[in-house]
Design a protein around this ligand. Structure first.
Ligand code: 7RM
Length: 672
């Protein structure tokens, strides 16, 4: 049996499977010791954790083989393992009746509990069903499903047989789904008849049909359809099969594939600064370890906890904190199908009371929405089970932080504002773990996780040292959870993350480091915006608008929005040939419609300003800085416009913006 050669911060314990979750935590350790060891000897630090925490079929040879200059990242090479076994079988073996998932469906109190034993059986049956239809190790499987135990079991089934899952958020349109399926060359799609969110039904199966229409996705041979509502959906034979029927034909056990540490585990598409989403690729061992360990330590996860990550499984937060993190740690994960305001703004807290939730993990946009509805929706429920209040996705403003802390947490719970990205796989900055006595600071994710070395650089790549400084946030050195490539486009991976500042990982975010050395994120420095906690490239919205027959050119920017974080503002130039078929309102409506059908309703611009021109430099580059200022109502402070080809266009845009704001005010006023 393996004995640890080095102590984790000097504990000197032998690795033992019977140790409790809390004894595996960093939180009881001397933080400075853990952090120093983790950064001085990352190979040792992560190697020891990997041996201690992962069940291996075959031990790895080298813990770390990374070259940040070349964007080459490899962890635990030579090792063989199965991720599904590590998150399901090991708990099902010891304690099959322990609850893995509590499925909180759209209607409050409509709950299903799934034990680790049940989950293992479902994952095995789905794995067998996939194999029976020819899905093999390395094949990609698209998952377009509501948050549900069968969606989670489908992801785990892929992991079990070595297939690569690519979950597409079930709010994306048919066209967005089609693009993702095509890019991944998925061989199968797993979906549901319908989704249900906030009392509304979403016709998932017909969206899949539309995505696959006319042979648009020739790689897809099979579509599995889970029954969520039982509505009558068109099944096309032999392509389509009911998921539950396919499962019932299969045996309840399924041999797990022995995967190499660096084989792909999953792809997850995310927005970048061009119109084309990137298939971020995560691999087996490194992702598993990093996600598991960050989940445990950031949220002080203990045996018996009921962890509620309310993010959809279509985002990285759902992958790492509704599925892989909590299951790796053997606790119970709440799968939340609904929305924060359904049927009323008390939904989260009523659920917390009913399920005795110990940690909740949500997004600032949801909190800001709930703040507006008043404290009574919170106070009428018992929240005494809660210990940790987590948050992610965008900056948590100070007001929302205080509300979370005082109203929701009764000043008793720790607010954990976590900063990380799809690309980082797991949490990077967080108030926990921290030196004993460190109080969380409103608006600050604060501190790097063990093994993570953040730094700030200027636009020339020179490190900005000292405290009370701002700059571009980069990370020095590799960590196990980081993305390995952009699927099918390694050059883009290198260009986006490793070439801007050689030797470093570039996050795309700006940050401030205060006098105490604590980090606050100031926002994206590229053309990525964050709307209602959804990451979106302005270029994606632009290319959707460009497809409108009347649109000559579109420029999209974010503007500060008090609830959504950022709102979407589109400047549109109509074609000269444009002959109005209806009112301007109709045209704007049809432009919004095209964005809805190309991407999804969450990407529809809140404001569309029709303009005769855009502010461009003489070389034809749109000066987005000016568009952002106008959108933010900062029209008095546009800075230098002398390099513009036609400075007069700015005046025109300003006056049209003021006009539009007046009309909106009038329209809103009338509604009330
Ligand atoms: C987990 C996730 C990543 C981007 C990131 C930031 C922003 C995330 C915070 C935050 C301020 C935070 N993945 N972001 N967390 N900004 N404070 N705590 O959200 O890939 O979808 O988005 O989100 O800009 O780069 S993501």
């Amino acid at each position: 049996m393996f004995r640890r050669s080095l102590t984790l911060a000097g504990r000197g314990l032998a690795a033992s499977r019977s140790r409790t979750l809390s004894s595996l935590s960093f939180l009881s350790e001397d933080h400075a010791k853990v952090y120093d060891h983790s950064t001085n000897d990352p190979e040792r630090f992560w190697g020891d954790l990997a041996r201690e925490r992962i069940d291996w079929h075959q031990p790895f040879n080298t813990a770390m083989n990374c070259d940040m200059n070349a964007g080459k990242i490899r962890w635990f090479e030579g090792g063989k393992l199965n991720v599904c076994e590590n998150v399901v079988d090991r708990h099902a073996r010891l304690d099959p009746n322990r609850i893995a998932f509590i499925w909180e469906k759209d209607e409050p109190g409509d709950v299903e509990r799934v034990s680790y034993g049940d989950l293992l059986e479902s994952a095995c049956r789905i794995g067998n069903a996939l194999r029976a239809r020819g899905i093999q190790r390395g094949d990609r499987v698209a998952i377009y499903m509501p948050v549900s135990p069968l969606a989670a079991a489908s992801m785990l089934a892929c992991a079990r047989i070595g297939a690569v899952h690519s979950v597409v958020f079930a709010g994306f349109s048919a066209e967005a789904l089609r693009n993702r399926i095509r890019d991944a060359e998925a061989k199968a799609v797993i979906t549901a008849d319908e989704g249900v969110r906030g009392g509304k039904r979403i016709p998932l199966k017909s969206i899949v049909d539309a995505a696959l229409d006319d042979g648009a996705c020739p790689t897809v041979g099979d579509v599995f359809v889970m029954t969520r509502t039982g509505s009558d959906v068109k099944m096309m034979h032999p392509r389509d099969v009911k998921l539950e029927e396919a499962m019932s034909e299969q045996p309840p056990t399924c041999p797990a594939e022995s995967m190499d540490s660096e084989d792909l585990l999953y792809l997850l598409y995310t927005s970048g600064s061009t119109g084309r989403p990137k298939g971020i690729a995560h691999t087996q061992a490194g992702y598993l370890l990093y996600t598991g360990v960050t989940h445990q330590n950031a949220f002080d996860v203990r045996s018996g906890d009921i962890f509620a990550c309310v993010a959809d499984i279509g985002w990285i937060t759902g992958h790492s904190h509704a599925l892989y993190g909590p299951l790796f740690n053997g606790v119970t994960s709440v799968l939340f199908e609904s929305v924060p305001t359904y049927p009323n703004p008390g939904r989260y807290w009523e659920m917390v009371q009913r399920l005795r939730v110990t940690q909740i993990y949500t997004a600032p946009t949801a909190l800001r929405l709930l703040i507006k509805s008043g404290d009574s929706h919170v106070r009428k429920y018992d929240r005494s089970s809660l210990r940790i209040l987590g948050c992610v996705g965008e900056p948590l403003n100070v007001e929302a932080w205080h509300w979370y802390h005082t109203v929701v947490g009764e000043r008793r719970c720790t607010v954990v504002d976590t900063w990380w990205q799809t690309e980082t796989g797991g949490i990077m900055l967080s108030p926990r773990p921290a030196p004993t006595g460190t109080q969380p600071k409103p608006g600050f994710p604060m501190l790097p996780f063990p093994g993570i070395r953040p730094l700030l650089v200027d636009s020339n790549g020179a490190e900005i040292v000292g405290n009370d400084v701002s700059g571009l946030l980069c990370i020095r050195g590799a960590w196990p959870g980081m993305a390995r490539t952009i699927y099918g486009d390694h050059e883009r991976f290198l260009n986006t993350y490793f070439r801007p500042y050689p030797g470093l990982y570039f996050t795309g975010d700006g940050a401030y480091r205060d006098v105490d050395g604590h980090y606050r994120i100031t926002g994206r420095v590229d053309d990525v915006i964050n709307v209602k906690g959804h990451r979106l490239g302005t270029a994606e919205v632009e290319s959707a608008l460009d497809e409108h027959p009347d649109v000559a050119e579109a420029a999209v920017v974010g503007f500060p929005h008090e609830v959504y974080g950022e709102g979407i503002y589109a400047y549109v130039i109509l074609k000269d040939t444009f002959a109005p078929a209806g009112t301007m309102d109709d045209i704007v409506k049809s432009m919004k419609g095209i964005v809805k059908s190309k991407i999804g309703s969450f990407a529809v611009p809140e404001i569309v300003l029709v303009t005769p021109g855009l502010p461009k430099t003489r070389s034809g580059k749109i000066m987005r800085r000016i568009l952002r200022k106008v959108a933010a109502n900062q029209t008095d402070d546009l800075g230098d416009v002398s390099t513009l080809a036609d400075p007069a266009v700015v005046e025109e845009i300003k006056s049209r913006h003021v006009e539009l704001m007046k009309e909106r005010e009038y329209a809103y006023g009338r509604k009330e």
